[in-house]
Design a protein around this ligand. Sequence first.
Ligand code: C5P
Length: 260
Amino acid sequence: MIRQQLLARLRELPADARVITALDVPGLDEVAALAGRLGPGARCVKVGLELFSAAGPQAVRLMRDQGREVFLDLKYHDIPNTVAAAARQAVALGASFCTIHAQNGRRALAAAAEALAAAPVAANAPQGRRPALLAVTVLTSLTPEELQETGPGPDTLAERVARLARLAWESGCDGLVCSPADLPALRAKLGDDPLAVTPGVRPAGAAVGDQRRVATPAEAVAAGADFLVVGRPITRAEDPGAALGSIAAEIEDALSRRND
Ligand code: C5P
């Protein structure tokens, strides 16, 4: 599926499918229990490094068997041949999204994008969609000092985010994982086409935890986010299904205001 077609389909998804619930748990039993508490309303879930290291593709299959879309957040960073092969496995698993470090460079980004476009879509893929390839520019946990230590450069953190975002888009990625705070500048530079997925989202009044720069769901959508990754405000809520529902309602409202 070509990029424009995929982006158009993803942007047709309703608000409840725009909330990606982060399943940050250490095993298959725990994820089955959490999914039970979340209920069927959690239409899209994130399988990240912790859960994948513990339970592997079985965790993805379990979620797909329950009819949920999967954001497979393994942040590929390797040589072109290896990231392309990993991307093909994300297609085979029927994932809806996978992630790659923009630092991989142009050839590896393009190899992953081409592998995703060429691999036969899994029989159980939602709407026959291939996974969208999302690039991570600079991890939001990195400070400017750490950035200089690991990859000294003439540019500031914001300049590096912008440069890597452009590189990822030019190399065929479908969008970016970024902080809501970075979005206005990225939209100004790259336009409205790249898909934007933002973590660091907290409903008004929710505990911030270890996140530093947070935005409410409405603020993130107003800034140009298409999908939001939300973990603890949903998974640690007394009623996770209700917490998810109220975030989805806020997104729906913000999306209709944005489209006015
Ligand atoms: O619980 P919380 O809502 O903070 O979880 C957010 C999720 O998004 C976690 O799985 C975290 O690893 C992920 N994430 C993030 N910030 C980034 C990238 C990913 O919080 N910059």
